[in-house]
Design a protein around this ligand. Sequence first.
Ligand SMILES: *Cc1c(COP(=O)(O)O)cnc(C)c1O
Length: 389
Amino acid sequence: MDILAVEEKHTCGTYAKQPVVIVRGEGACLYDEDGNEYLDCSSGHGVANLGHAHPKVAEAIARQAHTLLTLFETFPNDQRAALMEKFAALLPGMERVFFCNSGTEAVEAAIKFARLSTGRTGIVAAMRGFHGRSMGALSATWNKAYREPFLPLVPEFSHVPYNNGDALEKAVGGGTAAVILEAVQGEGGVYPAAPGYLKEAQRICRAAGALLILDEVQTGFCRSGKMFACQHDDVTPDLLCCAKSLAGGVPMGAVLLGPAVKNLTPGVHGSTFGGNPLACAAALAALAVMQEEKLAEQAAEKGAYLMEKLGAIRSPLVREVRGMGLMIGIELKQKVTPYLKALQEKRIIALNAGLTVIRLLPPLVITYRQLDRLAATLDEVLAGEPGGE
Ligand SMILES: *Cc1c(COP(=O)(O)O)cnc(C)c1O
């Protein structure tokens, strides 16, 4: 079977297919159908923080699959209760949780909960922000290319420049239900929050009676060098959205809720698959691995190591290298597509963030030798022949 041809024939069309058929993963590597090894510096868009096919997650999934896969959240369950207790211990003051199945669903729930809690309807988001593609989350997303085909979106969303406290203060008022921000803007170009910005956002929200939603779908679960990126700034939001690597690769999303979130009564929101025992068992195993293998510390140390190596690359193409932990953006002075292609030919998979940023989101278990290979290959690829499109 020509797998690529079959997919190209039957795809709905919303994904540009890569010319590589991946059939297996292990640690930081992916393998194609001929057994060629690729260093995965995308982690499946930030999902595989623990690496691919982590044995402890695989074992938990297999065990739970033989025990109980599905159970609506009205019935309590041992795996879900254990996960709830674990979550409640992650961030002081965030003791309740809503479970769903993806990042966009977590954002969607947070928006609805902010409206219910405040009785207000306005949502202030940031320029360059990305929060997902369902209609509510898309209304908070900034990129025109994602939004415009679907106008009109949900009313009363506005966007302010990121990392600008004054602009945020002006935009937030008596009609604002919530401010939604990423702790590091991922898709928008890998822009970390300036020190103090999230604290300022929290102060502005409190003063106006609005809630602060942090979207940690990409930054959460050790990626930034802490369990959650908001911990770098010592900020606890009112609602914290997470998904991606939460359950070690099994689809799962969650919203952690602080005390200001209220009026959540039976029936106002829900999800058929939310909090299913399979995803909960996988998440429990994933959280245990994060703690046992100290993945947050690993991300901080490896991120600093990689940043130093990338900073030493002397290339006229590079405008800036920035990031947090193992979430790193290399901004070029031109489009990144030819360089991503060149990396892939050298068997390194990386992502873009917008047109001009190479985004690196390697599994946090990546080895120092693999980091050396990544840096050396980037040095080679960015050596200077102007690529152009
Ligand atoms: C990926 C992402 C989302 C959307 O998550 P999906 O699971 O693809 O719906 C939302 N917010 C941020 C910050 C993301 O990186």
